[in-house]
Design a protein around this ligand. Sequence first.
Ligand code: F6P
Length: 377
Amino acid sequence: MPFTSIDDRYCKELPHQPALNGLSYKCLIPNVIKVKIGVLTGGGDCPGLNNAIRAVTRSAIERDWTVIGIRNGWAGVLAQETSTLTIENTDRFFDVGGTLLGSSRTNPTRTREDYAKATSIFGDIGLDGLIAIGGDDTLSVAGALAGDGFPIVGVPKTIDNDVPETDACIGYDTAAETISISIERLRTTSMSHHRITVVETMGRQAGWLAAAGGIAGGSDFIAVPEVKTSLDDFVQHVRSRYEAGQSYSIIVVAEGATIDGLNLESAEVQEGDEFGHVILSTRSVGETLARTLENETGYEARASVLGHLQRGGSPTTFDRVLGTRLGLAAVDFLDGKTHGQMTALHGSLVEPVPLTLIAGKTRALHPSYFELLRLFK
Ligand code: F6P
């Protein structure tokens, strides 16, 4: 069912209203029907989402629009689980991580029935527009709906920072900060015990988190999915470091990194989630690397898997401001009928990028980082 625009609704719902002198119904009966928009958060939660939700709400209410919060991502679209957002029930969350709307990894494009159910939310709830805040999975669903003519705007978030066409995603800065602080803490215990500490970070396909957290935290080796490494590289690195008089080592490895020669025995073949992703932490790359390095070098080693700690905490200033700016821009885009677009950060500007450019793609760590990784080894 193609979307009925707000102007169509004026005509349809108030057919008795005559159009005078060529003036539109909208001009004749302003605010008779309020514009109603929905907002949802999908995929892995992260700090900064509440800032985006809060900005969407405030900016829409300023336009005298109604804002419907959809619970738990696309799951809430299918179940039509909603509540009305107000300045009062969103304002307080500016310094709180997670998402006040809840999230899920539900994929409504898996079956025709679910997809039809998802599209029916527009008619059933009378949504004039939807803002989908999410990573590549959530945004690819938004892209599919936009392709079918539904008025959607996407907002990029993921601690992995791997959504294409934007310089940054909501949540990345806070997670990188968490990694950097964690490394600082791990350093004192590594030094005290003269150990190798392998820090495993999130980062399914891209090394942004490992690179930023590792560089800021002063680690001495960073392994990312984009750069090939071998077990030998790590062994040589640790040996030369200890031989040069350092009695500890902090190695950062992204959960998705591949290390030639490292036997990931504990990796299980698992069924993926609804978007086909497996839980990469079960590869145990950090733990396996620590055990192997201890055996190969004779130096004691421990692994520290930071896991979901990276997704928590109060958002940094950067993420609070980014979430607020992207939320605000999303409402501006809907208002200007700039549909089917994502709010992308380009330098200091927020600009529209078609959702069609996002689906199924990943933004790899920029090669300019490779030199940093090499230098700080
Ligand atoms: O949202 C991205 C991410 O944090 C990845 O880095 C990680 O692999 C995955 O989510 C973990 O997802 P879940 O919360 O489903 O375990």
